[in-house]
Design a protein around this ligand. Structure first.
Ligand code: HEC
Ligand code: HEC
Ligand code: HEC
Length: 470
């Protein structure tokens, strides 16, 4: 693999940027740039904490997993790691002491990274990152997920694999793009659906997946995917988070802020080249089912603030849910996105008309955007929309209000016939749907599984004894 990088230091991390190295030369890979492309800081640098000192908690369906201190501190970080130890942690998910890491650390993707890049990363972490002698909190997942050795079985099924090798039949850009997308930039961690055991479904690579309360859309040219995006729109989205009909919010805003905006234009273009050539797949995200709870949610919803009723006097009639959604939109959203959903002329406040977030497969993103708002820093620009969930400093809306607002917004500016229910809002507001694996891990089922396992062992022993007797 050849590298054609201008030299970069991760500007967001170091507060300075250094450019203008020799261009086009066959340089050794630059560890700081790879750390940025691989977004190590997104997880290993806590908000307000020292770079790579760990402590950031990654929400997983099994509970919060704390990222390790990966500064070169010998006692608390990875100071004692050899290059071999480091490579094993990054590619196989095994710590120096032999314990297995949880796949919240994206080692299934990093397994595809080249030896040269791993060595450059090691060099960067050992020599250019300041040691921090502090121990982040420990991860304590509930049983059975507390059993790290269980990852051995999981790894055999879903991880491992070799570093990618260039495919000589493809262009250099395609090869570089595939390397970034599948390896360091680990797009599939979020954009590939997961099976019952939470392994990535490789047959549906990048066809769309859930990340907690957000859905990461289909990136293939299939239905619900990127076929109607131009290359320029896609490049702009990855580099700045802004495209004509989509903006990056939630976890994608973080990927843009910490990683993608700092990549070379050639690398962004290479990723687009590769995404363009993916086989078309239908979206793997199924819009949340309408569980028919609207009526019940309406009667149990807390009292709704209705400024228009106060003005209307005592006999103001009870508004229909649609009318209420419209009235809420008018008071809460229209000041920025305009009454007719066309946003502001300069695009600071995006148009909601024809916005991808209003597609039924993205209802999780619509709800999450209303609950949490948007924050994304690119260059010296901070894009901000306030959230309207329970933590809002601006205005707190109930689940039922958010449901009516989302339904109104989706039907007025996107496709019609799309209903968001209060139950869906509750699910998304509390972190997203619970993975089937976690739902199964109830004490009764664990006891039943343990008994079944015991029975299998007893049967095996019995069979062996019979054979020995013969
Ligand atoms: C999506 C989040 C995420 C990203 C991105 C990520 N890590 Fe991790 N990493 C984790 C978590 C979480 C753990 C701890 C997992 C555990 O306790 O099982 C971890 C553990 C590690 C460890 C083991 C350290 C120890 O002894 O405990 C190393 C080494 C490591 N990461 C290096 C890296 C490097 C280098 C990068 C970038 C190339 C990176 N990580 C990117 C989440 C992440
Ligand atoms: C941490 C999880 C995560 C990672 C890693 C990630 N994405 Fe995303 N991505 C998302 C989420 C969530 C959305 C939806 C965001 C929104 O609607 O505002 C998204 C949206 C997108 C979109 C817009 C698609 C649409 O139809 O709206 C594109 C394009 C995209 N991502 C490409 C990528 C590429 C390429 C990579 C790897 C370089 C990547 N993403 C890595 C989570 C992620
Ligand atoms: C104070 C101004 C403001 C208010 C009020 C506001 N928004 Fe936003 N909205 C924004 C900004 C800014 C963005 C982010 C633009 C970007 O990401 O580039 C945004 C983004 C969005 C998006 C995401 C678009 C995308 O492509 O991902 C949706 C959907 C949205 N707003 C809906 C709403 C709804 C519904 C309301 C009312 C509850 C609302 N907004 C209230 C300013 C506002």
């Amino acid at each position: 693999m050849t590298y054609h990088l201008t030299r970069h230091l991760a500007p967001a991390l170091l507060g300075l940027s250094l450019c203008a190295g020799p261009l086009g030369a066959q340089e050794a890979p630059d560890g700081a740039y790879i750390a940025t492309a691989a977004d190590c800081a997104a997880c290993h640098t806590d908000e307000g904490g020292a770079p790579f000192a760990g402590g950031h908690q990654i929400a997983s369906p099994m509970g919060a997993i704390t990222a390790s201190n990966i500064t070169p501190s010998v006692e608390y970080g990875i100071g004692a790691y050899t290059l071999e130890d480091f490579s094993r942690a990054l590619r196989q998910g095994v710590r120096r002491d032999g314990a297995h890491l949880y796949p919240a650390m994206p080692y299934p993707a990093y397994a595809k990274m080249s030896d040269a890049d791993i060595a450059a990363l090691y060099d960067y972490f050992m020599n250019d990152v300041a040691a921090v002698d502090a121990e982040p909190a420990q991860t304590h997942l509930p049983f059975p997920f507390s059993q790290r050795w269980a990852m051995i079985g999981w790894n055999a099924l879903f991880a491992g694999g070799d570093p990618l090798h260039d495919d000589p039949a493809q262009s250099q850009a395609w090869n570089r793009g595939r390397y970034l997308v599948e390896g360091p930039a680990h797009c599939g961690t979020c954009h590939t659906p997961r099976n019952l055991l939470m392994g990535s479904k490789t047959s549906e690579f990048l066809a769309g997946g859930m990340v907690g309360a957000w859905s990461a859309p289909n990136l293939t040219p299939g239905e619900g995917g990127l076929s109607d995006w131009s290359d320029a729109d896609l490049e702009s989205y990855l580099k700045t988070g802004v495209a004509p009909h989509a903006r990056a919010s939630g976890p994608m805003a973080e990927a843009v802020e910490y990683s993608l905006q700092h990549l070379d234009d050639a690398d962004i273009a290479a990723m687009v080249t590769y995404l363009r050539a993916l086989p078309a797949q239908p979206s793997a995200i199924t819009p949340a089912k309408d569980s028919g709870d609207q009526a019940q949610a309406d009667t149990t919803a807390p009292a709704v603030v209705k400024p228009w009723e106060q003005a209307g006097g005592r006999d103001a009639h009870r508004l229909s849910p649609e009318a209420e959604g419209g009235a809420l939109y008018e008071t809460v959203c229209a000041s920025c996105h305009a009454l007719d959903g066309t946003g502001s002329a300069d695009g600071t406040y995006p148009a909601l008309v024809d916005n991808v977030t209003l597609e039924p497969s993205q209802s999780a993103n619509l709800i999450s955007t209303i609950v949490h708002g948007v924050t994304r820093k690119t260059g010296d620009h901070h894009t901000l929309m306030p959230g309207f969930g329970p933590q809002s400093a601006v205005q707190r809306l109930s689940d039922a209000q958010i449901a009516r607002l989302a339904t109104y917004t989706a039907n007025s500016f996107g496709e019609t016939g799309h209903t968001v229910t209060a139950r869906q809002v509750e699910t998304i507001r509390t972190g997203g749907p619970v993975a089937p694996l976690v739902r199964l891990a109830t004490p009764q089922i664990m006891i039943a599984a343990a008994l079944a396992a015991l029975l299998v062992v007893l049967l095996a022993l019995w069979a062996i004894r019979r054979r020995l007797k013969r």
